[in-house]
Write a protein that binds this ligand. Structure first.
Ligand code: ADP
Length: 243
């Protein structure tokens, strides 16, 4: 589903190039649940943004479902993002001028979902996340945890093929955090591919594979499916074999 080859990202200032990602090779299969870990500043968010088509690499090739993304302009990349990807931002990125209801409706408008269906999807999602009572409030009237819940709800509402989540439970209490991870696990079992960035070993334990970034380098042979350390994916293979 995702194939990154020799992805490099640097920022230039004057004659100095600051490398953020170096020669990343990464394959992610459809249906995988992948965790990206590593110390602060290692390049995790940058990698997630590139995969999410919200940023482009300086060098290298990116294929998404065999379609080359690296030659596309921003407008075309955004279109593919809107159709396929739900992104949970670390700092939520909710639209301040819109209510919770309208924030949830936005990705459906981009996806050109009809009014009736939009209404019912937003209602279901408000219900599922137990935020019905907040629907007419604006983001700045919510706590950090509530904003994070709305951000997750907005990412999953289009039933995306790929969910990308940057520290999705950082501001939730442990029960809410667990609920989000259980929801991700459920969506993953139903076929959604998930890539999360997290510092939490507990959150990482929900995934099939963990890859680690250090100073912009991907450690070891972890870019290959099955190349990560604990082969939780083996469980999934076993489950599939048992079916
Ligand atoms: P992580 O998510 O692992 O904490 P990031 O991907 O956010 O790391 O950032 C990796 C590095 O890239 C950091 O050292 C950061 O300062 C640098 N960086 C990010 N954006 C820019 C930018 N626009 N200009 C220069 N350096 C940047």
């Amino acid at each position: 589903m995702i194939r990154l080859r020799d992805i490099t990202k640097f920022y230039s200032s004057g004659f100095v190039k600051t490398f953020v990602l170096r020669n990343i090779d990464l394959d992610v299969c459809e249906g995988e649940f992948l965790t990206i870990m590593g110390p602060s500043g290692a390049g995790k968010s940058t990698l997630l943004y590139i995969i999410g088509m919200l940023d482009d690499a300086s060098e290298g090739e990116y294929h998404f479902f065999d379609q080359p993304i690296h030659p596309l302009n921003e407008k075309k990349r955004t279109r593919i993002h809107q159709q396929n990807i739900g992104f949970v931002f670390q700092s939520y990125h909710l639209i301040d001028e819109l209510t919770v209801y309208e924030n949830l409706e936005t990705p459906l408008l981009y996806k050109k979902v009809k009014a009736d269906e939009r209404k019912s999807l937003v209602a279901d999602t408000l219900d599922r996340f137990r935020i019905v009572a907040k629907k007419d409030l604006f983001p700045n009237q919510l706590s950090g945890g509530q904003q994070q819940l709305v951000a997750v709800a907005r990412a999953v509402i289009i039933n995306p093929k790929l969910i990308l989540a940057d520290e999705p439970t950082g501001n939730l209490n442990s029960t809410q955090g667990q609920e989000i991870m259980e929801l991700f696990k459920k969506l993953n079992r139903e076929g959604t591919t998930i890539i999360q960035v997290t510092h939490s070993e507990k959150n990482a334990s929900y995934s099939d594979r963990v890859i680690r970034l250090l100073d912009g380098w991907l450690e070891g042979r972890q870019g290959k499916p099955g190349g990560g350390k604990p082969q939780a994916g083996d469980d999934k293979k076993k489950r599939l074999e048992e079916k």
